[in-house]
Design a protein around this ligand. Structure first.
Ligand SMILES: Cc1cc2nc3c(=O)[nH]c(=O)nc-3n(C[C@H](O)[C@H](O)[C@H](O)COP(=O)(O)OP(=O)(O)OC[C@H]3O[C@@H](n4cnc5c(N)ncnc54)[C@H](O)[C@@H]3O)c2cc1C
Length: 285
């Protein structure tokens, strides 16, 4: 994230530079200048390049390059969809008002309390830190319920079995169910090698990971976005209404607040075995 909290694609040539890229930002990134820079690095500098981004950004890069390069590894992630950067800026404006201080940085998933979307972390300019559970975060709740994505995300051609990347990464929420011994509260990711190049790359680094092999079907069962985009909910019709006219706080209260729900709060605090039993009783997967 840039200083003004806009999400941008950047080049890094040092490990420290890569650290700045870590952490998922659930908002569309600004790609300005990146494709030509990648091409330049591949052709003029003959550098090894690892490009990462959403599936559509990887497909865009491949279309721009027009050919594959031995010195390029393209990594995408299993993608729900991305919200508009303007909505995220409005939301930060509301947070600043709420805390009475400008927001310095926002982390969508703080690992301090374990894996997943348990807590986001907001740091203000005075370096005060606030950890919020996701169920009290209106932006994140809309994201997790697939309400606030770009219109194109609901028709995404790149949430499909045809991959344009060498490697796909994602979360593996199914670990608790199908590999309970492998579950760890610090998290479990999924890695798919989509090409010979991707497989060779993964084989070169995989000894650094604790890993188990799973079938593609098992992975898809818990990550449906590997095969298809999210369905567009009716709530999408209202979630951007007023975004260009209303002050930040009014917009957030009017458009995002309705999607905070008591049900989500109950489900969040419910112990896993009880939640699982309820799912079985209701005949859900
Ligand atoms: C918008 C979005 C939607 C996602 N939806 C799902 C999902 O439905 N299911 C699932 O299993 N996983 C999803 N993920 C992936 C998941 O959040 C993790 O990125 C993944 O599990 C890898 O985690 P990590 O901690 O190893 O890497 P991370 O630190 O999360 O980083 C992965 C890479 O993605 C890049 N990146 C981060 N945010 C963006 C962005 N906004 N645009 C482009 N590149 C970005 C980072 O710079 C890094 O190179 C999504 C990620 C994003 C950004």
């Amino acid at each position: 994230m840039d200083r003004d909290n806009t999400v941008v694609h950047r080049k890094a040539t040092t490990v420290d530079g890569i650290r700045k890229m870590q952490n998922s930002k659930y908002v569309q990134s600004d790609m300005r200048g990146i494709y030509s820079d990648v091409k330049n690095q591949l052709e003029v500098s003959s550098a090894k390049v690892l490009f990462s981004g959403t599936p559509c950004q990887c497909a865009g890069l491949m279309a721009y390059l027009g050919e594959d390069y031995d010195n390029l590894i393209c990594v995408d992630f299993i993608c729900h969809g991305v919200p508009s950067p303007l909505a995220f800026q409005k939301y930060l404006g509301w947070l600043s008002e709420r805390f009475g201080e400008e927001v310095h940085s926002y982390q969508f998933r703080s690992k301090r309390y374990g894996w997943g979307y348990r807590r986001c972390m907001i740091s203000t300019i005075e370096m005060n830190r606030h950890h919020w559970t996701r169920v009290f975060d209106p932006y994140l709740m809309c994201f997790l319920q697939a309400i606030n994505y770009r219109e194109a995300c609901y028709r995404c051609k790149f949430n499909s079995e045809r991959k344009y990347s060498d490697i796909t990464i994602g979360d593996f929420g199914g670990v608790r169910e199908i590999q309970p011994d492998f579950f760890d509260k610090t998290g479990c990711s999924v890695v798919l090698a989509n090409s010979e190049k991707g497989l060779a790359f993964w084989n070169g680094i995989s000894s650094k990971f604790d890993k188990v092999d799973l079938s593609y079907d098992e992975i898809c069962r818990f990550n449906p976005n590997l095969k298809e985009p999210c369905k567009r909910p009716d709530a999408r019709n209202s979630v951007y209404v007023g975004i260009n006219d209303l002050p930040d706080s009014d917009y957030v209260r009017k458009a995002l607040f309705p999607y905070l729900s008591v049900r989500s709060v109950l489900s969040y605090y419910m112990p896993f075995p009880l939640k699982k039993a309820i799912h079985i009783l209701l005949g859900r997967k």
